[in-house]
Design a protein around this ligand. Structure first.
Ligand code: SAM
Length: 365
């Protein structure tokens, strides 16, 4: 099985992209994957007030988040709780897949990702990353070079986070079956989890990321690139290779839908997009519980979108320094809501401690 993604984010972002004079440019990241957070700038499609954004997170501050009840979440149907303070709501939208799939890979360079992945992974480098950011206001000015994301502005999807590889390894080890399933890669970033499901024969795969840019520049190109490579491998000896390849790639990509936006907005969008929305059999999510302010929206998304016999596979670091979230806090949050059962599938105790967790409904049906 071969994977690809479309950039090595560190190459592009480690240098802290300076904001262009017009304020268009915007990204900042570092190799550290500790989940340190800074807040800067405002999302394009919805400017947020200070109250909505919540308290600034200081880099490297490992203090637990406040336990006192913050203001209740606007529009939340799950009631208030210790972490219902909702940050800015970036509106959700579905991204159209271009008819000409070749265009998606224009200016992208494909290369193998080095490392010890359980599967071969290659990378599509986005050479024009800087220039390709019109409109998405991810401002880097004064943003700490050690931050991986900016709360409410850029939520980290341009980087491939460690726990994605933990889940990929688990899929291989557990001989995970995707065939015929409807799958959501929630907080997808590079989209590797969803791509794996696609390759494994999933019936339908939805990819969601907070940022438009991530979907357009990273997730979608990766899906197309992986479908393309797969075709090249499979059909290399067949006579009418080209025609065959085209149609098969299109068929694969047709199984996928791409969304950006904040989780509760995403929920609203997908639930209203079809009269009888068929819920997901499987929700895959990696490194999405770093911020306790998002727990309500995340839990609500699981609750509203997971099929009654479905399961969530969640990968996370034990703790996210600087942001305050982590496995213990999230499990406590889930227990308090009493909707899901959680089960630890695996603990990875090398470097930063990490967990793979399964969530299922307590009372299916
Ligand atoms: C740290 S990144 C992880 C990306 C990817 N899953 C990985 O493991 O490489 C967190 C992801 O969750 C998404 N995310 C975080 N908070 C969100 C929110 N409140 N609403 C929607 N998406 C959010 C971001 O878009 C981002 O892709």
């Amino acid at each position: 099985m071969t994977f690809q993604f479309n950039f090595t984010i560190e190459d592009h972002l480690e240098n802290e992209l300076a904001p262009a004079g017009d304020g268009a440019l915007t990204l900042n990241s570092s190799k550290a994957s500790s989940g340190s957070v800074s807040r800067k700038g405002e999302p394009e499609n919805k400017k947020c007030s200070e109250e909505h954004l919540g308290k600034p997170k200081s880099v490297g501050n490992a203090a637990p988040p406040p336990e006192a009840d913050p203001p209740s979440a606007a529009g939340s149907s799950e009631g208030s709780g210790p972490h219902d303070d909702r940050p800015c709501l970036r509106l959700a939208k579905e991204h159209a897949v271009p008819r000409d799939l070749k265009k998606v890979l224009e200016n992208k360079v494909i290369e193998m990702l080095p490392g010890l992945q359980p599967v071969n992974i290659s990378v599509v480098k986005t050479t024009l990353l800087k220039e390709n950011f019109p409109g998405e206001n991810i401002v880097s000015e004064n943003f700490s070079p050690h931050s991986d994301l900016i709360t409410g502005v850029y939520e980290g999807g341009l980087k491939i986070w460690e726990c994605t590889f933990d889940l990929l390894a688990y899929f291989t080890k557990a001989n995970m079956k995707f065939s015929g399933k409807k799958v959501l890669d929630l907080g997808c970033g590079s989209g590797l989890l969803g791509i794996t499901a696609l390759k494994g024969g999933a019936r339908e795969i939805h990819f969601q990321d907070y940022n438009n840019l991530v979907i357009d520049e990273v997730t979608l190109p990766n899906v197309v690139a992986n479908s393309t490579l797969e075709e090249e491998e499979n059909y290399v000896n067949e006579p009418d290779t080209k025609r065959c390849r085209k149609s098969r790639v299109a068929q694969e990509v047709c199984k996928c839908r791409f969304f950006s936006g904040e989780w509760s907005e995403f929920c609203k969008l997908v639930l209203s997009s079809e009269k009888l929305f068929v819920k997901y059999d499987l929700i895959l999510t990696s490194e999405t519980i770093y911020n306790p302010d998002y727990y309500s929206a995340l839990h609500q998304a699981f609750h509203r979108l997971l099929g009654e016999n479905g399961r969530v596979l969640l990968a996370s670091k034990a703790h996210y320094f600087g942001v305050g979230g982590g496995v213990h806090l999230f499990q406590k949050f889930v227990q308090e809501r009493d909707i899901f059962e959680t089960r630890i599938l695996k603990i990875i105790d090398e470097g930063l401690k990490r967990f793979l967790i399964e969530m299922t409904f307590k009372q299916p049906g």
